[in-house]
Design a protein. Structure first.
Length: 97
């Protein structure tokens, strides 16, 4: 699988809106430990991933990016309180509308 090409393709979809949105992103590199991937490739994947997460959060005027500094791919397992907080934030914002 060409992860960089896949992330680039996902990043080409350009919807916009005014919806409550919290984008949770990992803080630790997620590609570490994968077989047959170099440190350079890991670094590139992380740069592309961070760019895509910022772009996603910016697609809503009510969006924000929250980085789970202590988490890899499984933010819901490693920092569940962040996920719960983000859900509560979005629900509260919807209820205020």
């Amino acid at each position: 699988m060409d992860m960089v090409a896949s992330l680039d393709e996902v990043g080409q979809e350009k919807w916009r809106g005014d919806i409550p949105l919290v984008v949770l992103s990992h803080g630790r590199p997620i590609a570490e430990g994968l077989p047959n991937i170099t440190a350079e490739q890991i670094a590139r994947v992380e740069v592309v991933w961070a760019d895509l997460q910022r772009d996603l959060a910016s697609r809503s005027s009510l969006g924000r990016l929250l980085v789970a500094e202590r988490s890899g791919h499984y933010v819901h397992v490693e920092e569940p309180s962040l996920v719960i907080g983000a859900i509560r934030e979005v629900v509260a914002a919807v209820r205020r509308k």
